[in-house]
Design a protein around this ligand. Structure first.
Ligand SMILES: Nc1ncnc2c1ncn2[C@@H]1O[C@H](COP(=O)(O)OP(=O)(O)O)[C@@H](O)[C@H]1O
Ligand SMILES: [Mg+2]
Length: 238
């Protein structure tokens, strides 16, 4: 079966800093794939490059069989590829509903747009309750729900989640992981960057471990959980 996403020799640089140094990976439809590794390993740079938020220095990215390597972010959402970025990046001075509406910029069809609102407000009743409130007044957990909700408004077939549980209380972290499982059940394919390694490997099918911009281990989640490469990736890297 053809991969939903296929990445070959992807490299990302910031001036002289080589953040991602030639990574290969693929994601099949229906999977949850975890991307793990210490701070600075290149996880966010990888996801950001997939959606065109940072330039691809070299390598190729194909999505649904199409070469999307140099596509702009505004063309990727309509194609079905969306990122919920690290740090949430909600617009605090806009209302909850206005933030969500931005996620649906690519949906022109009225019925599809209604379905997107319905889906997100059903998943997150709190966002419906607070829809006219400034996003900046939400709690951290609610802002994370909003960031995921905004990404879901474009009805992605592949959703990239960068550190969705970062800085949240354990109870809220549990809710985020419940949500990830629910999205998988709804047919969304997920790439998940997480510092919460044990929870990520519990929910994921497969994973990749990054260190210093390279993939140092990969495999089924249960195997990765036992691997030495995973441990050493968190013990000071290389
Ligand atoms: N905008 C940027 N400008 C310069 N260097 C950056 C930028 N973003 C990330 N980096 C560097 O790229 C490397 C990888 O960072 P990042 O992709 O954020 O890693 P991770 O998400 O795994 O923590 C790090 O050395 C980081 O300092
Ligand atoms: Mg990061």
């Amino acid at each position: 079966m053809a991969s939903l996403l296929s990445v070959q020799s992807l490299a990302v640089s910031y001036g002289p800093i080589e953040a991602v140094r030639g990574v290969d990976f693929d994601i099949q439809k229906g999977e949850i794939v975890a991307f793990l590794g210490a701070n600075g390993a290149g996880k966010s740079s990888t996801l950001n490059a997939l959606v065109g938020l940072v330039p691809v220095a070299s390598g190729t990215v194909s999505f649904k069989g199409e070469d999307i390597t140099d596509w702009a972010p505004e063309n990727l959402a309509p194609a079905g590829l969306t990122l919920s970025p690290e740090g949430r990046r909600v617009f605090g001075a806009l209302s909850v509903a206005e933030n969500l509406r931005m996620g649906a910029f690519s949906i022109k069809d009225k019925v599809a747009l209604e379905a997107a609102w319905e889906r997100v407000y059903t998943l997150f009743p709190i966002l419906h309750e607070r829809r006219d409130q400034f996003a900046g007044t939400l709690s951290g957990g609610q802002q994370q729900m909003l960031a995921v909700g905004r990404a879901l408004m474009s009805n992605p077939s592949l959703l990239l989640l960068d550190e969705p549980s970062l800085g949240l209380a354990p109870k809220i972290v549990g809710q985020i992981f419940d949500l990830i499982a629910l999205l998988r059940d709804q047919g969304v394919t997920l790439a998940l960057v997480e510092q919460n390694v044990s929870m990520a490997l519990e929910i994921a099918d497969r994973g990749y471990v990054l260190a210093s911009g390279k993939i140092v281990a990969s495999g089924p989640a249960a195997e990765l959980a036992r691997s030495e490469a995973l441990k050493s990736a968190y013990l000071g890297g290389e």
